[in-house]
Ligand binder design. Structure first.
Ligand code: PMP
Length: 393
């Protein structure tokens, strides 16, 4: 009996899948050519499977800000936010995010993963309850596990199921935190936030919205789904990441509860990890300022998203429930997903492939994601590559 014996089943299934589609297990971005193109397996491909919604990683302003921070403050902070890892730039970015979101307090974490881990393991404890949407991200589940809170999942976006659970908990002497996402990362659909916010008010619960995929993407000024839905005041905690529309690495939580500050002293994922590097912080700050100045980026992103969604839908693919910069194409069988993923790559289009159990409904997904940096002709090429694979082709 060895330590790795328990992995034998999964290792065997990986070997089997790898023999069907070796390229999938060996995706290396050999060279970044532009915001939307890279060299993979020696082939130039259009990147249609990133979270680079606004093209920030290669924006001149972000690169210049990161280079300046790198030169002036070095490659890393070598310390936790609690010790020597809080630089003026971390505090400054916290102020910028608060100002952008119209919240009184913000904490910057090292990643979005650690922001969720910190909030959910610390804000609520074994005597409280978390009601989370079944499609929530792994970092939300992991945070709940770390803090030992009692968790109930409600069916994805199902307000009746949520209300049933809120009702059941209403006679308990405990706090209830509802957790949802702005845009769901696999199916690309929005949370039914107006209804969720109304239930939260009715039952006196708290509400945390992870706007990882919706910050900079939804809302009149890019503040996310809560802004688009007109329910920002009902959201107690906004969690976000720098790793998508901001093109950097880091995460945050913002709130109008000034008590949020106590998390800095009580949360293991804040205290026991090094802070984001000065370059990451500077890049995120520059990207946030671009989001504020250039609403046209959001328009371009949505033009691209709407165009690809309607083309794929018209071709007969099983796409997600609504048009969005995340467009999943469902495949009934894994073999079908492998074949299509490979064929797309051979035609010069890279998309993500997501296999069960990581998918919400047990099907394999080809997950496309769009960027404001895609040209219209690139989006047409993505659609054309799918067309060659369409169900009736
Ligand atoms: N929340 C959601 C909904 C996500 O999709 C992700 C990343 N995929 C995260 C949090 C974690 O963000 P990060 O990459 O900054 O750790």
């Amino acid at each position: 009996m060895g330590l790795f014996d328990k992995f034998e089943k999964i290792a065997a299934s990986k070997r089997d899948l790898e023999s069907q589609c070796p390229a999938f297990f060996n995706v290396v971005i050999q060279d970044i050519i532009s915001s939307t193109e890279a060299l993979i397996g020696g082939r130039k491909v259009i990147l249609a499977g990133t979270n680079n919604y606004l093209g920030m990683p290669l924006r001149r302003e972000c690169i210049q800000a990161a280079c300046k921070a790198l030169q002036e403050e070095g490659t890393g902070t070598t310390g936790s936010r609690m010790a020597n890892g809080t630089y003026a730039s971390h505090v400054d970015l916290e102020r910028d995010i608060s100002d952008f979101l119209g919240k009184s307090n913000t904490i910057v974490f090292t990643t979005g993963y650690s922001a969720n881990l910190a909030m959910l393991s610390t804000m609520v404890g074994p005597r409280d309850f978390v009601l989370l949407d079944a499609d929530c991200h792994a970092s939300i589940y992991d945070g709940c596990r770390l803090g030992g809170v009692q968790v109930f999942r409600f069916k994805h976006n199902d307000l009746d199921d949520l209300e049933k659970r809120l009702k059941r908990l209403s006679n308990q002497d405990a706090d209830v935190l509802i957790v949802v996402e702005g845009l769901y990362s696999m199916m690309g659909d929005r949370a039914s936030l107006p209804g969720i916010a109304a239930l939260k008010e009715e039952y006196g619960a708290y509400l945390l919205v992870d706007e990882a995929h919706s910050l900079g993407v939804l809302g009149e000024t890019g503040r996310g789904l809560a802004q688009e839905a007109g329910v920002e005041d009902a959201v107690d905690f906004v969690v976000g990441t720098f790793s998508k529309s901001l093109g950097s690495v880091g995460g945050f939580c913002s709130s109008n509860h000034s008590e949020l500050e106590i998390i800095r002293y009580t949360s293991r994922p804040y205290v026991f990890t090094a802070s984001s590097s000065p370059a990451n912080i500077a890049a995120a700050k520059a990207a946030l300022s671009i989001i504020r100045k250039e609403p046209g980026l959001r328009e371009k992103l949505w033009d691209n998203a709407n165009f690809l969604y309607s083309r794929l839908k018209a071709m007969g693919f099983h796409v997600g429930p609504e048009a969005s910069p995340i467009i999943p194409v469902r495949c009934a069988r894994i073999q079908e997903a492998f074949a299509m993923w490979n064929a797309l790559l051979e035609r010069g289009v890279y998309v993500n492939m997501v296999l069960p159990p990581a998918t919400p409904d047990g099907t394999a997904l080809l997950r496309c994601s769009l960027s404001a940096a895609h040209t219209h002709s690139q989006v047409e090429s993505i659609a054309d590559a799918f067309e060659a694979q369409r169900p009736s082709a």
